[in-house]
Design a protein around this ligand. Structure first.
Ligand code: C2E
Ligand code: CA
Ligand code: CA
Ligand code: CA
Length: 278
């Protein structure tokens, strides 16, 4: 037992060490990636009940020169800690708006382009002016833009967040709550704030047809959304069964590998063009 305990301890410290050095390495390399264009955006379509495209979500990718592809789930939290999320987010915003503008010009953007916001970015005093600048520079009409927030974003600096959301609403930029149901905030913001859409987290959608509890949560969120006049999206739809089930609950919008994986702009353009011809 003693022996085992020691091995466990060693494994634990090695694991910590490697995590730590990965973080230190990523910090310094992320700066280069931002500066040298090793980041790119992939876009995933969202679908309505009739099977038409109902918007796109921009998802950032890091192509590391030697380590290959690094997931945003790994580097976004690090970028948040170091503050690198600010230049990174500025780049994402600009690139996504530029690409959306191109799709609009080609007649290929149905619905809005959604961008994920980080808390740090949203709470900066110059957030709105940066956003207005990006819209001006790229020529994208605000009615094509949607911002995805998390419940955590709304918990901090509530007064500031309320003002920002009202300003976005009057600009005609729409807002959605991402990963809905996984955060800790109260539901009163859904009543009090100009929010347009909620996205049911994949963890609830995944086994909804097999788990009574997840089914109850999905049903509850969809009913809530309908009663409050919010649009509702089921995230992470991978199977026909999951799609059918969310359809039967009355969900309006669907996103997941069943329809399309996130893809670079050129593949997306082809995908959208083929669908438009079909
Ligand atoms: P998210 O906003 O919840 O994005 C959805 C994630 O689910 C994406 O992972 C997407 O590729 C993945 N996904 C979509 N459909 C399916 C499916 O059917 N099955 C499964 N298993 N996964 C699916 P991704 O691209 O790795 O992004 C992870 C997270 O990183 C995002 O979660 C978001 O929180 C964050 N993120 C990505 N891009 C950005 C960004 O530009 N800015 C910020 N602040 N965060 C970002
Ligand atoms: Ca999202
Ligand atoms: Ca609105
Ligand atoms: Ca999500």
């Amino acid at each position: 037992a003693k022996q085992q305990g020691r091995n466990t301890y060693q494994l634990y410290t090695e694991d910590l060490d490697s995590k730590l050095s990965l973080r230190v390495m990523l910090r310094s390399e992320l700066q280069d990636a931002i500066e040298h264009g090793h980041l790119s955006l992939h876009y995933q379509p969202l679908m309505d009940r009739d099977g038409h495209v109902d918007g796109l979500e921009a998802l950032v990718r890091w192509h590391h020169p030697t380590k290959g592809f690094i997931s945003p789930a790994t580097f976004i939290p690090i970028a948040e800690e170091t503050g690198q999320i600010i230049p990174l987010s500025r780049w994402v915003m600009k690139q996504a708006c530029q690409d959306a503008r191109q799709l609009v010009a080609q007649g290929l953007l149905a619905g809005r382009m959604a961008i994920n916001l980080s808390p740090l970015q949203f709470h900066r005093p110059n957030f709105l002016s940066t956003l207005r600048n990006v819209l001006n520079e790229t020529g994208l009409a605000p009615a094509y833009l949607e911002l995805e927030l998390t419940e955590g974003i709304l918990m901090r600096d509530t007064d500031g967040a309320i003002d920002t959301l009202h300003a976005l609403n009057s600009m005609d930029v729409s807002t959605s709550i991402d990963d809905f149901g996984t955060g800790y905030s109260s539901l009163s913001y859904l009543r009090d704030l100009p929010i347009d859409k909620i996205k049911i987290d994949r963890s609830f959608v995944k086994d909804a047809s097999k788990s009574d509890k997840n089914a109850a949560i999905c049903r509850g969120i969809i009913t809530l959304a309908q009663d409050l006049d919010l649009r509702v999206v089921a995230e992470g739809i991978e199977t026909v069964e999951q799609h059918d089930y969310q359809m039967s609950l009355g969900c309006e919008v669907f996103q997941g590998y069943l329809f399309a994986k996130p893809m670079p702009l050129d593949s997306l353009t082809t995908w959208l063009t083929l669908r438009a011809q079909a």
